[in-house]
Write a protein that binds this ligand. Structure first.
Ligand code: PLP
Length: 362
């Protein structure tokens, strides 16, 4: 087999057993005589798939009963607008924690619907850390406070979720959902594009507390109103059926591994290996504050800012089956995204390669 270790930030690797199961069922899904892609979304076969996907996600994340799980489209980027359209509707004030490119985009959309206040930002140091956020910083009259949980491009992760009192916390969890065991009840709304830790692109998962639904103004387009999707159990129109099926297989894979506690343990081991290697390296370094380092996205740069070495490294790594290590254009350098589906062996191979490359160059 010629599969590579793909360090892409998204779409990213899928677990091999999931791809194999999908391949096995591709032509004839459980005796239906057709593939999941060809099944009616109203068929029993598919309604069972979507119900089971929801059940599995509820079990994995221990989602409380007063939260709805919605399977939508449009990506996290659509949620940047859909959240304010539905939730920024009472006092029309929202507090934002600004931690990078994605929070910037989310703020730009929210500004179209209300007053955005930045309560904390790490822009002063190029987003290489997470600013501290305490309860007293949050406006009790804000409709919600927005946090980007894991900053995919910058490589930081939010750890200390503040107690916001009655103000719901909305979080973009696109690049860290299912990577750690988190307490859903701390949040009013969680959204995530699927293409990092859930499944293929085209599916967006929203986990929303019941009271945050039903507050959109009457002129809100039907498809952009959470109420529509809650009332129709994500089957108002044709949902991304195959992506939902793949997500169900990924949820089963995580369950069979032992759930989120085990997943988190594996992710901590993988990240520790890579950060230790970078901390010991004389050639490369992680620009991120230790306490805020992401378990999922690990940017690194040459110690001297040597662009030639970086380019050589990326090319040579590719030759070894270590793919897509180029950093985001806004940050430069390298980035290794090591989501759930990246096996420990992939990280070990990358670490061995960094060490060997360094030996040859220093
Ligand atoms: C990838 C990503 C997005 C954008 O997701 P789309 O599904 O492409 O719209 C937004 N926020 C974060 C944190 C991401 O990682």
């Amino acid at each position: 087999m010629d599969r590579v270790y793909n360090f892409s930030a998204g779409p990213s690797m899928l677990p091999l057993p999931v791809l194999e199961k999908a391949q096995k069922e591709l032509l004839n899904y459980q005796g239906s005589g057709m593939s999941v892609m060809e099944l009616s979304h109203r068929s029993t076969f598919f309604t069972e798939i979507i119900a089971e996907a929801e059940n599995l996600l509820r079990q994995l994340m221990s989602i409380p009963d007063n939260y709805n799980v919605l399977f939508l489209q449009g990506g996290a980027s659509q949620q940047f607008a859909m959240v304010p359209m539905n939730v920024l509707t009472k006092n029309r004030k929202v507090d934002f924690v600004h931690t990078g490119s994605w929070s910037k985009k989310a703020m730009a959309e929210a500004k179209k619907f209300g007053e955005v206040r930045v309560i904390a930002s790490s822009e002063d140091k190029n987003f290489t850390y997470i600013p501290s956020v305490t309860s007293n910083m949050i406006d009790p009259k804000a409709d919600y406070v927005h946090i980007t949980m894991n900053n995919t491009i910058e490589g930081t992760v939010f750890r200390d979720i503040p107690d916001a009192g009655n103000v719901p916390i909305v979080t973009d969890m696109s690049s860290s959902i299912l990577s750690e065991d988190i307490d859903v009840s701390k949040f009013g709304l969680i959204y995530a594009g699927a293409q990092k830790n859930i499944g293929p692109a085209g599916l967006t998962v929203v986990i929303i507390r019941e009271d945050l639904i039903g507050n959109a103004p009457a002129h809100t387009p039907t498809m952009l109103n959470y109420e529509t999707h809650r009332d129709s159990e994500s089957l108002y129109n044709t949902p991304p059926t195959f992506a939902i099926y793949m997500a169900k297989l990924v949820f089963e894979w995580i369950r069979d591994l032992g759930g989120l506690k085990v997943m988190e343990e594996i992710n901590r081991e993988k990240a520790a290996l890579l950060y230790q290697c970078l901390d010991e390296s004389k050639l490369f370094t992680s620009p991120i504050d230790r306490k805020d380092r992401s378990l999922m996205n690990v940017p690194f740069v040459s110690v001297n800012g040597d662009k030639d070495i970086e380019a050589k490294f990326i090319k040579a790594a590719q030759g070894e089956g270590l793919e897509t290590l180029k950093g985001h254009r806004s940050v430069g350098g390298m980035r290794a995204s090591i989501y759930n589906a990246m096996p420990k062996e992939g990280v070990e191979k990358l670490v061995a390669f960094i060490n060997k490359f360094e030996k040859d160059y220093v």
